[in-house]
Design a binder for this molecule. Structure first.
Ligand SMILES: Cc1cc2nc3c(=O)[nH]c(=O)nc-3n(C[C@H](O)[C@H](O)[C@H](O)COP(=O)(O)O)c2cc1C
Length: 208
């Protein structure tokens, strides 16, 4: 492990090419990650606060619009309950092929029901039924029990549209900071931190 050492030299993040709006900068980097065929470029580590400390897991970004980063989950899951108790969170994108990292710090709000409904309708039927099958984050005796539940729910919804369970929907993250990190040579990386103030977004360079 100690011998694993990679020098980063693919790219640079210089002020002269930065967008004033971090969402435009994000879209720019996200498009490049897609073009470069980064595996699951919309996968992000969502960190939340708990009553005891912190928690993290991966979720998929499903939209960036009107100053919000949107993802979907089960509101009764650990993360769902943690966010409903305390909206502070961070999102972390790690695009290793690009030698890039983006960290979003903000607070969540539940996405409105209509938007969750619209997105749920676009999901494959299997995923729609899956949202009913899994009481996400709760223990279950064995795999067989999950498969049995799937069977029961497949029968229940046979030849019917699968409605959205009320406990399943989106969260919008409203950021107050977004940091862009570009790996550079000799560990002298580029870090640009955008912060939201009363007059909108401004940015500053941070030491690596
Ligand atoms: C690549 C990847 C994508 C995932 N996307 C989602 C997602 O969009 N929503 C979700 O609820 N869980 C997603 N998961 C599963 C979560 O990481 C996690 O296991 C689950 O949501 C339960 O988390 P919790 O117990 O902290 O609530 C994903 C996992 C991986 C590895």
């Amino acid at each position: 492990m100690q011998n694993l050492r990679k020098d980063y030299s693919k790219n640079a993040l210089l002020e002269e090419y930065l967008a004033d709006d971090p969402f435009i900068q994000f879209q720019h980097w996200f498009s490049q990650a897609v073009e470069e065929k980064v595996l699951e470029p919309n996968a992000m580590i969502l960190s939340t606060r708990t009553t005891e400390g912190v928690d993290s897991r991966t979720v998929l970004l499903k939209g960036v619009e009107n100053g919000q980063f949107i993802f979907f989950t089960n509101y009764n899951s650990h993360k769902g309950q943690q966010l409903l108790n305390d909206p502070h969170c961070s999102l972390l994108f790690l695009w290793l092929q690009e030698e890039r990292q983006v960290i979003v710090r903000g607070q969540v709000k539940k996405l409105n029901e209509a938007a969750s409904e619209t997105y749920f309708k676009t999901r494959p039927r299997g995923s729609q039924i899956g949202a009913w099958v899994s009481e996400q984050s709760k223990p279950i005796a064995n795999r067989g029990e999950l498969e049995n539940r799937l069977k029961v729910l497949n029968e229940r919804f046979e030849e019917k549209d699968v409605p959205r369970p009320k406990h399943w929907g989106g969260f919008s993250v409203f950021p107050y900071e977004i940091e862009f990190w570009q790996g550079r040579s000799n560990r002298l990386h580029d870090r640009i931190l955008y912060s939201k103030g009363e007059k909108g977004w401004t940015y500053a360079r941070l030491q690596p």
